[in-house]
Design a protein around this ligand. Structure first.
Ligand code: FE2
Length: 185
């Protein structure tokens, strides 16, 4: 049976017991995070923006390639979620996705997503009058090789209507495991 909710109307009037209750409820409701992420992924099906496949298919193809290459579960889930930010705003989508992932993955995996456009730009920025060499500023970093592999081998080539990708259901248990427990706040 669920305990009664806190009754304070301002935090200045709250009690230790009420914060114990809120902390307990927050931990108990953690599965909500994975379900929210899965719903956001499903929502990417409505975003195409002129590409040959919608953003859900693109995300599934990227994650399928990461898994086939032997990437670990955090990297596979990050690959699946790398364009999640497009559900909100294309312009700043890498950092939105990176911040959703950051408490749940090791630092270089979150950073791989945060900077993925700098690496991806090699493949198309020249067509938009932008600098395709932005990845050079990340040379020497601990995440460089992973970010390079992500962009060059999994992400930039995942717009293929004929590619047979895993369905979202295949990745759902991985999403629930990765988002089960924040490793940092
Ligand atoms: Fe992408």
């Amino acid at each position: 049976m669920t305990a009664a909710n806190a009754t304070f109307t301002a935090m200045d009037h709250s009690t230790q017991e009420e914060w114990s209750l809120i902390a307990t409820e927050t931990v108990a409701n953690q599965p909500r995070v994975a379900e929210t992420v899965l719903n956001m992924l499903r929502g990417l099906e409505t975003i195409t923006d002129g590409f040959a496949v919608d953003q859900l298919i693109h995300s599934l193809q990227t994650a399928t390639r990461a898994e086939a290459a032997g990437a670990d579960e955090e990297v596979i889930v990050a690959s699946l979620c790398h364009d999640l930010g497009k559900a909100v705003s294309v312009a700043n989508h890498p950092k939105i996705a990176a911040e959703i992932l950051r408490p749940y993955v090791r630092p270089e995996v979150a950073t791989m997503i945060a900077v993925h456009q700098d690496f991806q730009g090699k493949h198309y920025y020249a067509f938009l009058g932008m600098d395709p060499t932005l990845r050079t500023k990340h040379e020497g970093s601990e995440y460089y090789d992973l970010a390079k592999q992500f962009a060059d081998e999994w992400d930039q080539n995942s717009f293929d209507p004929n590619f047979v990708n895993q369905p979202l259901e295949h990745f759902e248990p991985m999403v629930r495991r990765v988002f089960a427990q924040p490793r940092s706040m």
